[in-house]
Design a protein around this ligand. Structure first.
Ligand code: ADP
Length: 920
């Protein structure tokens, strides 16, 4: 091939002017390219006979090769030969394109001067000659001067050259061509074999596999271009053309598959992928069309798709490089070089433009691709090996980590188990006396809270112990034969009161009212209880919880589904909720994360399964399936146990969940405390303790709390740290941002209080922490302490009316200071205006009159009017002392219009009359 190319260049550069006849010279040892002296005529109809065209005007090609376009036309070529020195030696006329579909050869008869048909060559006629090479050729013994005419009909566009050489060297030439082709073919087959084997057994990397698929398609494409497969199958020109088309026009499939595998599509615009799919679709359409009819338009369309998809692919890779995206260079570079080679070849025949160096460039890119890939192969090996080793290491790390986690988990379980055992005794000792107390004080509200919480604590301890037992494998199913439908009905009914108190509709539907089956009553109860507790706990008011039970026969089976219309679970959390101690958002709800893991362990033990389907914001459905047939449980049946009828009726100790204002007596001088706490029991407990001494406001979350704080301006706020909607820190910061409530002292209840939370809380102006559990005295102590501090401060403020706030001593928080500064600045400018009223001042401070009154009173003990009067009197005292103005002038200057009223209150305030003050 290379020889031929060099030869081509030589011929090209020594291209000389017009030669009419081609002399057949003796001693020619290489084929002679005679293309430029060949003349051609285009028969537009495609059907003219030799006699019809013989007198037409032929034009000289005058170039080293000729491009036959895609068409139905016939191309006639005329070669004028002279052979004075050849002594009847045989010659060969050679046409360089093996994809020539139909070639007819005519020779002028020496007697009649007419052209006679002497040979036909079709794309599938090289069948028997394939060893010699598949380019069409024509053997003849020339006369002294003679003209050979031939006609080429080709639907596919192609490039062709015409060569002539003596038959004596034809064997050499054919061998030359054959060995050239075999060399390339061998190289390609070797590459194909190497890459496919590596990708199947060694480098199991997706990029490598994409590349090997591409190599398969490209190799087939090459075979299509040299017409190798075709002679073995085809017996018509159409079929020959179609088989070749299938091979050489499938390259977009390889190119696009490779691109889709190697490009980081998620970082590229969406249209990139769609573009690839579009070209894939168009390729398939082209093939369908060509296989329906071998029409040149369809073939043209197929090649057009090859060219456009290659350009598109090059563009997308350029885009990826520009965006600095990883494109697996080891594969992409040879790939792109390969595309370049095929693109050049096709663009030329598609557009019919002549690119002089095309063959050299094509060959250059063709070999470059192979060489570059071989060069990169070592790197690919290395990288693949490294990746493998890293993956192994990661796997090992993961194993170690999961072992550690398991260890920690076990530690936690054993820790909780120990604690639970410890708690059991005191719990019993609380629960007994509690029942005694209940008998003595049947109406005591605090006992409700205690009872509900003793049950809750008891259940939690029980669950932890159950889990530990299940995990240790000591627990066995205790199977009874009974009416399972009845048991489930009773279990669900025990939740009715709880559901009603939360205004949740609880439905139960069973396929049978009664169903004899084999099951573990106690464990089933635990499963149903846990699922129902969660369904109710995680549903909001007015929600709905539906329990649906299906009973199946042959074999007996129970399918329980518990569906709620609650908050739902995030997709990412679903896989974890059955893990021990896992809580989706431990901030917002009480719980331990034990319930569902117990359900899982129990269903496993009972040879069943549990599944969950959830939509965030819409609801959650848990589905439990349990086998209930005799065969499954034969070894576990206990004939001595009866199904229980004794279910704990689940009740809420909750109070109505709306913010309430309790015990407010406006005449009484009780201080007003706002409780913000989501746990109704804790609310109740705090209220019980505080309601004797204080007026109380109650809110169940931060949002309600903020609204109440702003409208009622309490003297103190007690808030929990962990609450739904917003936590205590966020709540406090909102309280401080609101002018009306910014000064109110805040006590924060915390279960866990680390240093960080404390620091953050101090920044937010939280005055006190109270760590749970706390007792009555502690709470009273902290509340009183807080209020006393406030009283001291109030005293400071009240004694220093009219003085700059910065001079005041004592604990002033920045929010109070800002408020007082603002108030004093405003009064400083306007106190002399006798028409200044309280509503004007409140409006300036962005508060309602009542907010302003409550706030000022709580900071300074004075009502706004008192404060304004005092402010003016203090200003008057200053003025009387420092200026020589008369009393009435001074009174007027500080905004008093009535002199005797001024004198009276001045006397009251300072114990002496204004005139006395002025004299001194
Ligand atoms: P917990 O004591 O926290 O309720 P569970 O093991 O019972 O522990 O549940 C684990 C987590 O699964 C809970 O923290 C909760 O977020 C979520 N979860 C369980 N049931 C539901 C439900 N019906 N709706 C929404 N979330 C649920």
């Amino acid at each position: 091939m290379l020889k031929r190319i060099l030869y081509l260049i030589l011929v090209f550069s020594s291209f000389s002017a017009l030669a009419e006849e081609i002399p057949l010279k003796k001693g020619l040892t290489k084929p002679l390219n005679i293309t430029k002296d060949v003349e051609y005529y285009v028969d537009e109809s495609g059907s003219s006979s030799v006699d019809q065209i013989v007198d037409k005007e032929f034009r000289k090609i005058n170039d080293q090769y000729f491009l036959i376009p895609f068409s139905d036309k016939s191309f006639w070529f005329k070669v004028d030969l002279t052979s004075r020195e050849t002594n009847n030696e045989e010659w060969v006329l050679n046409f360089s394109n093996q994809l020539t579909e139909n070639l007819e050869i005519y020779r002028q008869d020496s007697l009649s001067g007419k052209y006679k048909h002497v040979g036909t060559w079709t794309i599938n006629s090289s069948r028997s000659e394939s060893l010699k090479g598949q380019e069409p050729y024509f053997n003849f013994s020339p006369r002294e001067s003679e003209t050979i005419l031939f006609r080429i009909q080709n639907k596919r566009g192609m490039r062709t050259e015409f060569y002539i050489y003596p038959a004596s060297i034809s064997q050499d030439v054919l061998l030359d061509y054959a060995s050239e082709r075999q060399l390339i073919n061998g190289l390609l087959i070797f590459r194909l074999f190497l890459i496919v084997t590596l990708s199947l057994f060694v480098i199991k990397d997706i990029g490598f596999r994409g590349y090997s698929f591409l190599v398969i398609i490209k190799t087939l494409g090459y075979w299509g271009l040299i017409n190798v497969l075709n002679p073995s199958f085809a017996d018509t020109i159409e079929l020959g053309g179609q088989i070749n088309f299938l091979l050489y026009a499938s390259s977009p499939v390889g190119v696009i598959t490779f691109s889709l595998l190697v490009l980081p599509l998620k970082d590229l615009p969406k249209w990139v992928k769609n573009g690839f799919y579009l070209f894939l679709g168009l390729t398939v359409i082209a093939h369908i069309l060509v296989w329906t009819e071998y029409d040149w338009h369809y073939v043209y369309f197929g090649i057009l798709i090859v060219v456009l998809s290659s350009l598109y692919t090059l563009g997308i890779f350029a885009l990826a490089v520009l965006r600095k995206l990883p494109i697996q260079y080891f594969y992409s570079v040879p790939f792109l070089v390969g595309i370049g080679s095929y693109l050049l070849l096709n663009v030329q025949i598609l557009l019919g433009i002549k690119i002089p160096l095309i063959l050299i460039l094509t060959f250059f890119f063709f070999t470059a691709e192979i060489l570059i890939f071989i060069f990169f192969l070592g790197r690919i090996f290395y990288q693949y090996d490294l990746k493998g080793r890293l993956a192994d290491q990661e796997l090992e790390n993961e194993r170690i980590q999961s072992e550690k986690l398991k260890e920690i988990d076990n530690l936690k379980t054993s820790f909780f188990t120990n604690i639970s055992h410890e708690i059991k005794t005191p719990l019993t000792l609380i629960s007994g006396p509690l029942q005694e107390l209940r008998k003595r004080n049947p109406s005591e509200k605090l006992l409700n809270i205690m009872e509900a919480n003793v049950i809750r604590l008891g259940e939690l301890v029980g669950q932890i112990l159950d889990i530990q037992k299940l995990e240790s494998g000591k627990e066995r199913p205790n199977i009874i034969k009974a009416d399972i439908a009845r048991q489930i009905r009773l279990q669900v009914m025990s939740f009715e009161s709880l559901a009603t108190s939360k205004r949740i509709r609880l439905n139960l539907q069973q396929t049978n009212d009664s169903f004899e089956a084999y099951f573990d009553d106690d464990k089933l109860n635990k499963i149903v209880t846990n699922l129902l507790t969660n369904a109710i706990k995680y549903s909001s008011e007015e929600g709905e919880v539906s329990v649906t039970v299906q009973f199946e026969n042959h074999p007996k089976k129970v399918l329980i589904s518990v569906a709620d219309s609650g908050q739902g679970i995030e997709e990412a959390d679903i896989e974890h909720i059955f893990e021990k101690f896992y809580q989706v958002n431990s901030q917002n709800h009480q719980g331990s994360g034990v319930g569902l893991s117990l359900v899982k362990e129990l269903t496993d033990l009972l040879k069943g399964s549990v599944r969950v389907v959830s939509n965030k914001g819409i609801g959650t459905t848990f589905m439990v399936e349990l086998p209930a047939d005799e065969d499954t449980w034969r070894d576990y049946i206990n004939h001595n146990t009866e199904p229980t009828d004794n279910f704990v009726i689940r009740k809420s100790s909750d109070q109505p969940i709306t913010p309430t204002i309790l015990d407010q007596d406006p005449n009484e001088k009780k201080k007003l405390i706002l409780l913000v706490e989501d746990n109704p029991d804790m609310q109740e407990y705090l209220s019980e303790i505080l309601s004797h001494e204080f007026n109380l406001l109650r809110a169940f979350d931060g949002k309600e709390g903020i609204a109440l704080a702003s409208s009622e301006v309490p003297d103190l706020i007690i808030t929990d740290l962990m609450m739904p909607v917003m936590d205590g820190l966020e709540f406090s910061s909102k309280i401080r941002e609101n002018t009306a409530s910014s000064h109110v002292p805040i006590i924060m209840l915390t279960a866990k209080s680390n240093k960080e939370t404390k620091l953050k809380s101090l920044e937010m102006g939280i005055d006190h922490f109270l760590t749970k559990p706390f007792d009555t005295d502690e709470l009273n102590g902290v509340v009183n302490n807080c209020l006393e501090n406030r009283a001291i401060l109030r005293k400071v403020f009240s004694q220093n009316v009219g003085e700059s706030i910065t001079q005041l001593k004592g604990e002033i928080n920045p929010w109070e200071k800002a408020f007082m500064d603002n108030l004093q600045d405003f009064l400083e400018n306007l106190y002399h205006d006798s028409s200044l009223t309280v509503p004007t001042i409140a409006a300036h401070l962005n508060m309602s009159e009542s907010q302003f009154r409550r706030k000022l009173k709580s900071i300074s003990t004075f009502s706004p009017n008192e404060y304004l009067r005092k402010f003016r009197l203090h200003k008057a005292a200053e003025k009387l002392k420092n200026s020589s103005k008369t009393v009435s002038e001074t009174a007027f200057e500080v905004g008093f219009e009535n002199l005797s009223y001024f004198s009276k209150i001045y006397q009251e305030e300072f114990g002496k009359s204004p005139s006395e003050a002025s004299k001194s």
